[in-house]
Write a protein that binds this ligand. Structure first.
Ligand code: ZN
Length: 145
């Protein structure tokens, strides 16, 4: 209980401007305090959260405070594509993790997605990440033109 993994990013703190190693805690894959860098494969085969082999999963990531100045940093979306940590971006309310059942959302199964898929298949194949504006539409279920 309480185990998590951490994605370590080189970042510049927005408050103190120092270059820091930002640690983003997340729960996906085998959760055993593993430290990952972007591009790493997620480990499986222990205390697994989620299932391997998903195309695209977005995981709720909790950033630790800045190690230099203790500034509180925003939460992150950790994107896992084909079990590889692709990238992490600050959360902008695009995904409702609580409604998705907890710590991650499988985008292949995301309901807002299938609604969008039927209307604009081409946008989906080109880039699975919605822009902040289209993401808001997905979340509210408003039709996408
Ligand atoms: Zn700082």
């Amino acid at each position: 209980m309480g185990a998590f993994n951490a994605l370590v990013l080189k970042q510049t703190c927005p408050a103190c401007g120092r270059k820091i190693e930002l640690r983003i805690q997340f729960k996906y894959g085998d959760t055993w305090q593993y430290e990952y860098s972007p591009g790493d494969l997620v480990r499986w085969g222990g205390d697994d959260i989620g299932r391997p082999g998903r195309k695209h999963v977005v995981v709720d990531g909790a950033a630790e405070d800045c190690p230099a100045c203790d500034h509180e940093l925003p939460d992150y979306e950790v994107h896992v594509e084909n079990d590889r940590i692709a990238r992490a971006v600050p959360q902008a309310g695009r995904y409702d993790f609580a409604a998705g059942g907890g710590t991650f959302i499988v985008l292949d199964e995301y309901r807002g997605w299938s609604r969008m898929r039927s209307r604009s298949d081409r946008d989906l194949t080109r880039g699975p990440i919605p822009s902040p504006t289209t993401g808001a539409r997905v979340t509210t279920g408003r039709p996408v033109r």
